[in-house]
Design a protein around this ligand. Structure first.
Ligand SMILES: Nc1ncnc2c1ncn2[C@@H]1O[C@H](COP(=O)(O)OP(=O)(O)OP(=O)(O)O)[C@@H](O)[C@H]1O
Ligand SMILES: [K+]
Ligand SMILES: [Mg+2]
Length: 685
């Protein structure tokens, strides 16, 4: 994995083009009417209530009532319908942005063919849509990879532009951490044998399509909770409105049913009830434009609330192509002996580290290399931190300092002083020291060098301002870890971490009630990715990691996690801000309209009638018009999201309560008064 840190500009340039409003509004308008179907509307319970009142008011228009002019009743009915249509329009607009992307993705996957391996080792042409988990396919240069899978043989360059928008080819190969391939991407060189890992309908492509098409979206637990709150408020206001009539009758007056129905709609939380779905869809759309696939909306929301961020050192904080730069022989060992030992311990090691050691040694001087087949490989494991080979009766191993000493049955103090000094210097410079052994004898040390990605320090500083702690987890030794941690500016380090230790760290943070995000690519990261509340896997990593995580970054850029946190925060803040605004707004409307409505029944209320609305009729109509228009006014904010600057949750909350709470209280007084003046001026009331 060799993903550069992306600047925001670079990312914006790469992101899928945003469909223009001009192309979106017409289909969205049509969809707004289609969505009037109560079966669709039941997903937004508050709007279903508004639709029912609109139907009721429409019926009332045909029943003569001396207290209400038909003209007024018709206007109220119309504005109630507009209220529902505006909310539907908001949702349709949010969905529309993703639909265009989904269509082009789907078109790309059409008619795709695959060369499936038969039992006998021959190949048979089948439609890609027929491939199932476990099928083996062969892909040649120029062809599209027919499905998600894992490379089991070969090495090739792949152009993933269809999925990621990035046209620079990437290398995919068997073994190691770059073995996963994505369906619908094009092989530009060589050939690959791929084991398919997704059944029809479960691929990355399918997931992206489902994600950008909001309609099939599942509500997150947060959204369900908010829905319940909104239904509760609706019931409360229903009771408030129902009890108004007895008060009116007591004073010998009567409030027409149309007024009561209209009043109810202005009081219930229609603003957030109408925009809730659009906010969620727009949030997911922002994520898709970042080239991140979420398996659930829940992961995105969790990202907005994350407290601790666990980051892998190699490949996440550093570039990850640890290169061998030097070898140091142990006292009494010749350079040649060390070179041979290191070569044999690395020839069949498929990791980036192993390959770089072989490259380095070949560059020094030509060495006799046994055939790979003759070598009995001992693959690297994060558990043992060792790798190597058995060959011709000899045993060669290399690995982390402590692990190799343990393998040799030596204590740390038995490491020769000269070698101990080299090892310490390598680690202090931020490099990874490996020891090499042959036939039970310590041969020397290897210096693996890695480079901290530029700009990462600044990104961690941003996170700190948001109140997020960064923890670097690494299988490396504490000295190397400390050196890199200091350079990158993380808050905490966990060195010599095995997969279990990573998992434990996540569990203990979670036990303290904190949400944890984790980012990784290796098979050894999979358990931790699954345990974390937010697990971001690199698309070019292993299939195991992609399956365990709840988010996949198609650009394989680990620092993308920071953007995901930003999107999550924006989603939560937008929803919170509009909920605050909506509720404040509705409560304020009660005080804005009621005095006007009761002015003729209880003249004493005149003192409260600060707004001096023209008449009860104009008060009720102005309120319902304001109530509908405020949804339209807030559509851009719901779709764009509230901008969140780097700040901790508490100060964000304070700021938003101030803006949206106060704004919500003031807006109806100003808005309703203006509409009242306008309605009177044009003679509609
Ligand atoms: N190919 C290899 N052969 C032998 N030892 C290795 C090899 N690659 C890494 N090591 C050693 O094993 C340690 C753990 O490596 P691993 O890749 O599992 O770390 P990690 O947990 O992924 O974290 P990070 O990648 O940040 O080091 C390394 O620090 C190094 O000492
Ligand atoms: K309302
Ligand atoms: Mg690693």
């Amino acid at each position: 994995m060799n993903a550069p840190v992306q600047t925001p500009q670079l990312k914006a340039a790469k992101a899928a083009p945003r469909t223009s409003f001009a192309a979106l509004w017409q289909p969205a308008l049509w969809q707004a009417f289609v969505k009037l179907d109560p079966r669709q509307l039941q997903r937004a319970p508050v709007m279903l209530v508004v639709e029912l009142t609109a139907i009721l008011t429409t019926v009332l228009c045909f029943i003569p009532n001396p207290a209400v002019s038909t003209g007024l009743a018709v206007q109220i009915a119309l504005w109630l319908w507009f209220t529902v249509l505006f909310a539907n329009f908001a949702e349709a607009l949010a969905e529309g942005r993703g639909k265009a992307r989904a269509d082009s993705l789907r078109a790309g996957g059409k008619g795709l063919m695959a060369r499936r391996q038969l039992a006998a080792g021959e190949y048979q042409a089948v439609a890609a849509s027929q491939l199932r988990k476990g099928d083996i396919v062969r892909v040649e240069a120029g062809e599209l990879i027919p499905g998600d899978g894992e490379v089991i043989e070969g090495i090739a360059a792949v152009n993933e532009a269809a999925i990621t928008g990035e046209s620079a080819p990437v290398i995919r190969e068997s073994g190691g951490d770059r073995s996963a391939v994505t369906g619908n991407t094009r092989l530009v060189s060589d050939w690959l044998r791929v084991r398919i890992t997704a059944n029809p309908g479960e691929s990355t492509l399918d997931r992206m399509i489902a994600l950008v098409e909001g309609a099939k979206r599942q509500k997150t637990p947060n959204e369900v909770a908010l829905d319940i709150l909104l239904i509760g408020l609706t019931l409360i206001f229903l009771m408030v409105v129902a009890t108004l009539q007895p008060f009116a009758r007591y004073a010998g007056g009567e409030l027409p049913l149309v007024y009561l129905v209209a009043l109810l709609v202005t009081l219930i939380p229609t603003t957030i009830g109408g925009l809730l779905s659009a906010i969620g869809i727009a949030g997911m759309d922002r994520l898709v434009r970042l080239n991140v696939i979420a398996k659930s909306g829940r992961a995105v929301e969790a990202a907005g609330d994350v407290h601790t961020l666990l980051l892998d050192k190699t490949g996440t904080i550093t570039f990850g192509n640890r290169r061998c730069t030097a070898l140091y022989a142990a006292p009494g060992v010749s350079a040649r002996e060390l070179g041979e030992g290191a070569l044999l311990a690395s020839l069949a090691d498929d990791t980036a580290e192993g390959k770089s050691i072989v490259d380095y040694l070949r560059g020094l001087h030509p060495l006799a290399e046994p055939a790979r087949e003759a070598i009995d490989v001992v693959p690297f494991s994060a558990e043992t931190r060792l790798s190597g080979a058995n060959w011709n009766g000899h045993v060669y191993r290399k690995g982390a300092v402590d692990s190799l000493l343990m393998f040799l049955g030596l204590g740390r103090e038995q490491l020769p002083a000269a070698l101990a000094r080299e090892v310490e210097q390598i680690a202090q410079s931020g490099g990874t020291p490996l020891l090499v052994a042959g036939d039970g004898r310590l041969l020397g040390a290897i210096h693996l060098k890695d480079v901290v990605k530029p700009g990462i320090r600044e990104r961690f500083a941003e996170l700190r301002k948001m109140g997020i702690r960064t923890v670097m987890v690494t299988g490396d030794n504490p000295l190397t870890a400390a050196a890199i941690a200091a350079e990158a500016g993380v808050d905490d380090v966990l060195a010599e971490a095995t997969p279990e230790k990573k998992l434990q760290r996540i569990r203990s943070e979670q036990a303290d009630g904190k949400l944890v995000a984790m980012c990784g690519d290796g098979a050894n990261d999979a358990p931790a990715l699954a345990q974390a509340d937010v697990g971001l896997a690199m698309n070019d990593g292993t299939q195991a990691a992609r399956e365990a995580a709840n988010l996949v970054d198609l650009d394989s850029d680990p620092t993308k996690l920071l953007d995901v946190v930003q999107v999550g925060k924006e989603l939560l803040v937008t929803r919170g801000a509009l909920t605050t605004f909506s509720v404040a707004n509705d409560v304020a409307k009660y005080f804005a309209i009621l005095p006007a409505l009761f002015a003729s029944i209880y003249p004493q209320l005149g003192a409260l009638n600060v707004m001096q609305l023209h008449s009860p009729q104009s008060a009720i109509l102005s309120a319902i018009v304001f109530n509908a228009l405020i949804i339209v006014a807030l559509i851009p904010l719901a779709l764009r999201g509230v901008r969140v600057q780097a700040a901790d949750a508490a100060s964000l909350l304070r700021r938003n309560l101030l803006i949206y709470g106060l704004g919500g209280i003031v807006a109806p007084f100003v808005g309703i008064k203006l509409i009242d003046l306008l309605l009177v001026a044009v003679g509609l009331v």
